[in-house]
Ligand binder design. Sequence first.
Ligand SMILES: Nc1ncnc2c1ncn2[C@@H]1O[C@H](COP(=O)(O)OP(=O)(O)OP(=O)(O)O)[C@@H](O)[C@H]1O
Ligand SMILES: [Mg+2]
Length: 231
Amino acid sequence: MEHSANPDFSLVDPEDWGIRLLEEERRRIARDLHDGPIQVLINLSMRLQIIQRMLHTDIDLAKEELDRSQQRLIGSINEIRQLIYDLQPVAIDEIGLYAAIEALATRAQKDWGLACTIRLPETGDTAIGLTPAKTIAVYRLVQEALNNIHKHSQAEHAAIAITLDPSQLMITIADDGVGFDPAAITEGHFGLSGMTDRVQYLGGSAHIESAHGSGSTLTFTVPRGPYGTHA
Ligand SMILES: Nc1ncnc2c1ncn2[C@@H]1O[C@H](COP(=O)(O)OP(=O)(O)OP(=O)(O)O)[C@@H](O)[C@H]1O
Ligand SMILES: [Mg+2]
């Protein structure tokens, strides 16, 4: 199944678009906090009341429950850590895009056990020729793609590849996981649509190729030239 949305971004006022993206991100953070850590904390608060009563009736069970609650709390702390990590600004201008992508892959390997292979141009960062805004956009694409692979794909392996041609940077992020139907994504999911909107706004293109049972491949292009494109 292939899918690529194609709104006409030449009609979008850059300021409106920026605000829309910002609001979408805020909605996403609010949802992540509400659905994740807040639910766990509410649940833990109720458990603690039950454990308090158990202390008088069954001390062993109370201890077991305390252990379980502690595990859930640790899980929740890790979730919040991930959220903060994702929100942090990244010093791409200092370390360069390629090193920043390598750091994302190393972290995916270490924290999630996701094996990542990376294929980058040999010419180094100085030859990329993207504006800072476009460079960060490429980084955020990889970040969201890896988050999705971790959250949804059950993949063992992810492959990131960047190639440059005179007019554009092309990036693909593929996984060998369960795959999905891109045309069947319901409301309330912002990751893929945000990625697609972002590159199209920058004058590039997005292409999602996936089917149930056969992994997924995301392909994005971003124009390198300064003309006729935003940011
Ligand atoms: N690599 C993948 N493998 C399998 N399914 C995927 C993959 N990437 C996305 N999906 C499916 O597509 C859906 C939409 O992804 P999208 O990133 O838009 O939203 P989300 O990850 O569910 O939520 P969020 O708004 O936090 O990104 C996911 O819910 C999942 O079902
Ligand atoms: Mg997502």
